[in-house]
Design a protein around this ligand. Sequence first.
Ligand code: KG4
Ligand code: ZN
Length: 340
Amino acid sequence: MSSQNIFILGIESSCDDTAASVIHNGKILSNVIASQKIHEEFGGVVPELASRAHQQNIVPVVNQAIKKANITKEQLSAIAFTRGPGLMGSLLVGTSFAKSLAMGLNIPLIDVNHMQAHILAHFIDEEGFNKPPFPFLAMTISGGHTQIVKVSSYFDMEVLGETIDDAVGEAYDKSGKILGLGYPAGPEIDRLAQLGNPKAYSFTKPKVGGLNFSFSGLKTAILYFIQREVKVNPNFIKENINDICASIQFTIIGILIDKLKLASKQTGINHIAIGGGVSANSGIRHALKTGETKFDWITYVPKFEFTTDNAAMIAIVGYLKYLENDFSKQDVTASARLKI
Ligand code: KG4
Ligand code: ZN
């Protein structure tokens, strides 16, 4: 396998990050990301602004990825791009760019499912990071996704459960908004949570059957709780911010771990991998480690730069598909609601 000399350019533009990466066989040579700061002032991603920013960023980002990899465009074996799911206007920028570049260079085009890519990021060759054996369970947790997937082989994946409303990252970000924190609030809630008492306040966990998730009720419960307390003490948030964040984090992590326990019990699989921006969370990392001793889990957390939206994960899927000669036609279209 490694005797071949395969260079894949991966392009990611599904949400608010314009990213490009070059992979040589299984090893990442470059991983460039232009994050769009513009959305911070709106407290969330604005689709029209995202697609405009992608148009401005895509050429410099791709050029930089190729330059950093120390290769020329002509050495590329194929172009992989995110076909979906994501914001249509954002996906279209990456899709049309990838198509024209592949056509211009006369090399194959490979479409990639963003959710599969979050999972297959675990197969990037990286010192100090083990690759999970099949079958394993993958939990993707970010601002856009919350899923538990049974992964039987690279491209044999089954979604066992997913959110029926908000994603877990959204639960963090919306809670942060209620508390007057900046966007995205996840990292700040995580930081403050570590200074507070997780049992200070309790929020009821949603009752959703099976392996599905729901986070919108929790957001409402937090909103009502804060409104009630602020009526009594206008300084309630300021005076108790650490305890509030710790209690929110305790509840959210509890929900995630309960579902993982159930998934592991139902499938008999104890290899558990996570991905997506929320896997940076100290609470989930700690809970997974505890699961190793408590439930005999073997857990996998990828390198941070491969957990948030990035193009290295698109490039690794491109590489795996290349090895299987699984190429796309030029008439492939972006798909906002693409399923695993
Ligand atoms: O994967 P990502 O960069 O983008 C997508 O949403 O696809 O994830 C971003 C999300 C945001 O909601 C952010 O608040 C959350 O990940 N996040 C965190 C932490 N770091 C990022 N949530 C909790 N704790 C963190 N340490
Ligand atoms: Zn993502």
